[in-house]
Design a protein around this ligand. Structure first.
Ligand code: NAP
Length: 300
């Protein structure tokens, strides 16, 4: 049986891996995707992580992964199906194998929320996207809409303005939620038209997206729509094992301890006021410290 299983290899999981290596723990990192990095893989530019004035999200993800590998972390490409705890250990059941460990750090991150409007699922991959950096190039010199008012919506609008003819930024209020520097860049960009106080009610088209209908009665002709209305955790595999808040985020303080002794949670999936790379990296360190405290307690 291992000391620790870390699930997820975004900034939180990779930071935990470096700290677990330094603590000489016997551990593995389980990642379901072929790449490490989590949400930052979809970020064009990161400019607020100390030491990196301007980094490509993808490159930063690789840099973090290289650091974790060089520190001695072992990675397993598998998807977790369930986690359970008995008196002495956790059982992490994956699609290909089951792993036993004394403690678990959950760092599985979040996924993008859906709008749940008519046409959204019908046009998935035919003009509806949740990732501007992945799909933006398909809309070169075309007209697109971005929905949302947070950091991601503004980042997406700015990225798309570089490749598209025009970008509508549709937001349900008249004030954006994004960091001020992103708002300034959006408002200074003459390819981006801000559409405030509007909700998308339907996505229309034939073989692909042709327009979006808004609740103010207008219809915007667009070739694509990028949905950036926030994130939600994926916690089904927990089967109610740990306490979550009303939105499904796993309840824990800065010490990353969940309602289950020995189960720690790190990164965006934890209840927290600010979801950033820096706070995810900090969680990774704190979660390993809490795992050490737990080992000391159960081995006394
Ligand atoms: P977010 O900050 O939660 O913003 C979501 C936006 O979508 C809000 O403006 C919200 O409107 C709007 N919205 C939510 N539900 C909606 C609905 N059903 N219909 C229409 N609009 C809806 O989410 P995010 O921009 O995806 O960012 C996720 C997290 O990652 C945030 O904590 C963010 O700070 C973080 N992030 C960090 C970095 C970085 O570290 N550099 C970069 C990107 C993102 P209201 O404003 O009216 O609520």
């Amino acid at each position: 049986m291992r000391d620790l299983v870390i699930i997820g290899s975004g900034p939180a999981g990779l930071s935990a891996a470096v700290y677990a290596s330094n603590a000489c723990m016997d551990f593995i990192v389980i990642e379901k995707y072929p790449m490490s990095g989590g949400q930052i893989l979809n970020t064009e530019e990161v400019n607020n992580y100390l030491g990196f004035e301007s980094a490509e999200g993808f490159t930063l993800g690789q840099t973090f992964r290289n650091h974790a590998e060089k520190s001695g972390a072992t990675f397993v490409n598998d998807e977790v199906v369930s986690i359970s705890k008995n008196k002495t250990h956790f059982e992490v059941k994956c699609e290909n194998e089951t792993y036993l460990s004394k403690a678990v750090i959950l760092a599985t991150g979040v996924i993008r929320k859906h709008l749940n409007v008519k046409g959204e699922s019908d046009f998935a991959g035919k003009g509806v996207s949740y990732c501007a950096t992945c799909d933006g190039n398909f809309f070169r010199n075309k007209i697109v809409a971005v929905v949302g008012g947070g950091d991601v919506a503004c980042e997406d609008a700015l990225y798309l303005a570089n490749v598209c003819e025009k970008v509508y930024l549709i937001h349900r209020r008249d004030k954006l939620r994004a960091a001020k520097y992103l708002q300034n860049r959006v408002f200074d960009n003459n390819k981006i038209e801000f559409v405030p106080n509007a909700n998308v009610t339907e996505i229309n088209g034939g073989n692909a997206v042709e327009s979006v209908s808004l609740d103010n009665g207008s219809v915007l002709s667009v070739n694509g729509i990028f949905i950036a209305i926030g994130v939600e955790p994926e916690v089904e595999f927990l089967n109610g094992l740990a306490d979550t808040d009303s939105q499904g985020f796993i309840v824990a303080n800065e010490d990353c301890k969940t309602s289950v002794d020995g189960l720690l949670v790190a990164g965006d999936i934890r209840t927290k006021p600010l979801r950033q790379i820096s706070t995810a990296v900090s969680d990774g360190a704190n979660a390993v410290k809490s795992a050490e405290d737990y080992f000391n307690r159960i081995e006394m």
